[in-house]
Design a protein around this ligand. Structure first.
Ligand SMILES: [Zn+2]
Length: 475
């Protein structure tokens, strides 16, 4: 069921935090490299681990819609660690990482079984409790919220949800010293002013409005400082520190107040990595590092300089598509009025409808796809009227675009699009000589009066080879 490795060396390298990403992928749990992970995806993995004797798997309880949540217990040490993932149902990366961690530990057990040796060092000193997928109903809907529409991570005080109640009960029963609150953040967070995505963001959440640092929060910050060298190695320039504004209803902040040294881990976007597989791998490396650091207590040797040196998350610092240096025509169509950049984002982490959300100077943003359109001229393009059935091949479509048609008007049902490319029928925002903020997503870019590029519903088409160029493809 799980990919195994026989190379103890590779495993040792992973455990010491020195493994390259290539080594690490050998421990990938199957079937989880996708944008939505549901209870059905993890059920066979849970079944497998229920049959293994090196960990305990129990049902933590049931969600609103009676889907089971699980509590996994590993090790038998005095230092207790509680980690939970996917309390926001549409944030699955850490759930995959937890099962990768289990694959590493399982491989380690197989390796050690024959040698009749002791368990991994940290399991002598640490007991690890894992709750993968705290919000299976939200996972089923690919939604942040639970089946009642409640944000479970704003339910730490009121405890109105069974999911929140179960997490709080687990914390009160287990009394963990350390908590790991595992999330995904939207892909528009940049790491500081790097113009690159914050692929991993960390936070030791505040326990009061003043954001004071008590011994418990200090320890959480030290845990972050202690993994800074690892992050510098695997993710230079793409680490972020999450905002520490006190959020009284959130579990991280509440656990912090309860004296649990809590670290928030946010998996973020990465170029050409729609399913966040790099963040997933780094999550596992972080978990292994933290288990070792907690077991040995070595994290106490770190001051807070590592923590404080992580650049703040720059919310909205990333765009999905940036086209820069576009010449806008004068109102009469002659000459150049202005040279501008256009920046687009899509909702739903790149899977939703594309929106033009910046016109002007986009130089402060990073783009998942960027294009310098210097020398190219904007035009809204003409409407091609649908007066009868039209089968649109790629060849025909490119010819229409080259002839200055950017979109179709009339009855959408008359168009049979077999071009493999997006089409716009009766789009808004095409009736002005200039692009309109939050409206225009369909237009043409020309050089020397020849159309080079078409943007259609925010998707970028290159006419020369009829290809889609943007970062939305494959998401
Ligand atoms: Zn979240």
């Amino acid at each position: 069921m799980l990919k195994r490795v026989s190379l103890w060396l590779a495993l040792s390298a992973v455990l010491s935090g020195l493994a390259s990403a290539a080594d690490y992928t050998q421990f990938t749990a199957p079937g989880l490299a996708k944008s939505q992970i549901t209870h059905d995806d993890i059920a066979p993995l849970i079944d497998y681990y229920q049959q293994q004797d090196w960990l305990e798997v129990s049902e933590l309880g049931r969600s609103v819609e009676q889907r089971p949540m699980y509590l996994l217990k590993i090790g038998h040490g005095e230092r207790k660690v509680l980690a939970w993932s996917q309390m926001h149902g549409d944030e699955p990366t850490a759930t995959a990482a937890i099962f990768d961690l289990l694959a590493v530990l399982d491989a380690q057990q197989q390796q050690q079984a024959g040698a009749d040796s002791k368990r991994a060092g940290w399991q002598q000193n640490v007991t690890l409790y894992l709750i993968p997928m705290l919000n299976p109903d939200g996972a089923e809907r690919n939604s942040r919220f639970n089946a009642l529409g409640i944000d479970v991570n704003r339910d730490a005080l009121a405890l109105q949800t069974p999911e929140g109640q179960l997490l709080m009960q687990a914390a009160k029963k287990i009394k963990p010293h350390y908590g790991f609150n595992l999330h995904d953040q939207n892909r528009y967070h940049a790491a500081g002013d790097s113009k690159k995505p914050a692929t991993i963001s960390l936070l030791a959440p505040a326990y009061n409005e003043a954001r004071e640092i008590n011994p418990s929060r200090h320890a959480a910050m030290q845990l972050v400082s202690a993994v800074k060298p690892l992050l510098d190695k695997v993710l230079p320039e793409q680490q972020g520190r999450y905002n520490d504004a006190y959020s009284i209803r959130s579990f991280g902040d509440t656990f912090s107040k309860m004296g649990i040294s809590t670290v928030l881990v946010e998996a973020g976007g990465q170029f050409n990595d729609p399913f966040r597989q790099q963040a997933r791998q780094i999550n596992v490396q972080l978990y292994l590092s933290w288990l070792d650091l907690i077991s040995t207590g070595r994290y106490r040797e770190y001051d807070l300089s590592g923590y404080n040196s992580i650049p703040m998350n720059n919310s909205g610092g990333m765009k999905d598509l940036i086209i820069s240096n576009i010449n806008l025509p004068k109102a009469d169509g002659n000459g150049v009025l202005a040279k501008v950049d256009l920046a687009f984002t899509a909702g739903g982490n790149g899977r939703g409808q594309v929106v033009l959300d910046e016109i002007g100077d986009a130089s402060i943003y990073g783009g998942y796809y960027t294009l310098d359109a210097s020398g190219m001229r904007y035009s809204a393009g003409k409407a091609y009227p649908l007066t009868g059935p039209l089968t649109l091949t790629a060849e025909r479509y490119v010819q229409l675009l080259a002839d200055g048609y950017s979109h179709f008007s009339g009855e959408a049902g008359l168009l049979n699009n077999s071009s493999g490319m997006p089409v716009a029928v009766n789009p808004r925002g095409v009736n002005k000589p200039w692009p309109q903020r939050r409206l225009t997503t369909t237009f043409l870019l020309s050089k020397d009066n020849a159309v080079q590029l078409a943007v259609v519903n925010g998707r970028l088409i290159r006419l020369a080879d009829a290809s889609l160029l943007d970062a939305f493809s494959g998401n």
